[in-house]
Each structure stands twice: as C-alpha cells, then as structure tokens.
Design a protein around this ligand. Structure first.
Ligand SMILES: CC(C)(COP(=O)(O)OP(=O)(O)OC[C@H]1O[C@@H](n2cnc3c(N)ncnc32)[C@H](O)[C@@H]1OP(=O)(O)O)[C@@H](O)C(=O)NCCC(=O)NCCS
Length: 157
C-alpha cells in the first residue's frame, strides 16, 4: 500500500470526481480493446441509484478508480483502472478490497464482473477471490473491429 493513498468514495453524481476518473480512464485503457467508457456513459451510470465510484488519490492526483453498481443484493464491478506509472504497487488490489468491503457493508451477497479474457487483470481478480463462471464469446469489439471474448467472474461474499 502506498503511504498517503486515500480512497475517496462517491455515491452519487459528482462532476469533479467523474472528471478525475475520466482522466485515468482516457490513459489507462488501450483503445485497441474497446473497454473504456465515455464521460457520458460514466455520467449516465452515476445517476443511477446503487452506483458508487471510488477514486484512489495521492495528494491532489487521482491514480486510479473503481466503479461498481448494485441492484438488490448483487453488485457488478464495472470498471477498474490504475494509471500506467503507478501499476504493480497494490492500488488495483486496494480498490478491489474496498469495493468488497463496501459491498459487504451494504448487505450485498455476490459481486460479479466481465473482463476481456486476454486482459492480465484476470490474474488480479483471481487473486482477489473471483472465480470464473462463464465465457461470453465476442463480447468486446476492438478499435479495428476484432472481437474478444469476455470472462464472467463472480465472488460470493
Ligand atoms: C488491472 C489494473 C487495474 C491493475 O492495477 P495495479 O494497481 O497494477 O494492480 P496491483 O498492483 O494491485 O496488482 C496486484 C496483482 O495483480 C496482478 N497483475 C496486475 N496487473 C498485471 C499485469 N499487467 N500483468 C500481470 N499481472 C498483473 C499481479 O499478479 C499482481 O500481483 P503481484 O503484485 O503479486 O505481482 C491495471 O493494470 C490497469 O489499470 N489496467 C488497465 C485497465 C484494465 O484493463 N482494467 C481491468 C478491466 S476493467
């Protein structure tokens, strides 16, 4: 864990927090895979009840974020990203741990997610306790039109 790292949670629309997340989003995801969301997609989901956005901040800088949505007793971890220069230092793991802590506190029974099958993040999710439940063929469309399978992962709390 990086000394001074603060996890800042937002439960409802917050233009400044969303703008911080978008700065990471625009840099963190390789456009080749079509995984990043637009600002309007992020704004749309933040307007829905049960969504929360957690920013990982060091002083004024946002180094990463995690976006989760819950419906009744289930949650979906929608997006997780850490700035390139700060990877491999436990920020992604901290964001996942925080997501699970919040979910438990809200009485959520299971968390699921979709991740590109060839994304190294699969290892991180497995280490964090998620298990493979399904593969969705051709779920992601890359910038050049190539299709990529998604793995559906699930963690029971
Ligand atoms: C996935 C991501 C959030 C991980 O963030 P991070 O801060 O580097 O994660 P951590 O430092 O907590 O990594 C913990 C473990 O995950 C695994 N891991 C994470 N990223 C990895 C990578 N690129 N390659 C291989 N293993 C990786 C490692 O096993 C690591 O364990 P270790 O420290 O014992 O080696 C980051 O790589 C990222 O932003 N990727 C681009 C966006 C993305 O694809 N998000 C996931 C889909 S929404």
């Amino acid at each position: 864990m990086i000394s001074g790292l603060v996890l800042e949670r937002h439960d409802r629309s917050n233009a400044q927090a969303q703008s911080c997340a978008m700065k990471v989003m625009d840099r963190a995801f390789d456009p080749a895979f079509g995984e990043a969301w637009t600002a309007s997609q992020l704004a749309g989901i933040m307007a829905l009840q049960g969504t929360w956005l957690t920013l990982a901040k060091l002083d004024a800088a946002t180094l990463g974020f995690c976006l989760t949505r819950s419906i009744f007793d289930e949650a979906e971890l929608l997006l997780l990203a850490v700035d390139q220069g700060w990877r491999g230092r436990g920020i992604g793991s901290s964001l996942i741990r925080d997501c699970l802590t919040v979910a438990r506190g809200r009485g959520i029974k299971s968390v699921h997610l979709e991740v590109r099958a060839t994304n190294n993040a699969v290892q991180l999710y497995n280490k964090s306790g998620f298990n493979h439940v399904n593969t969705r063929r051709d779920y992601y469309r890359g910038a050049d039109g190539q299709l990529y399978d998604a793995m559906s992962l699930r963690l029971d709390l």
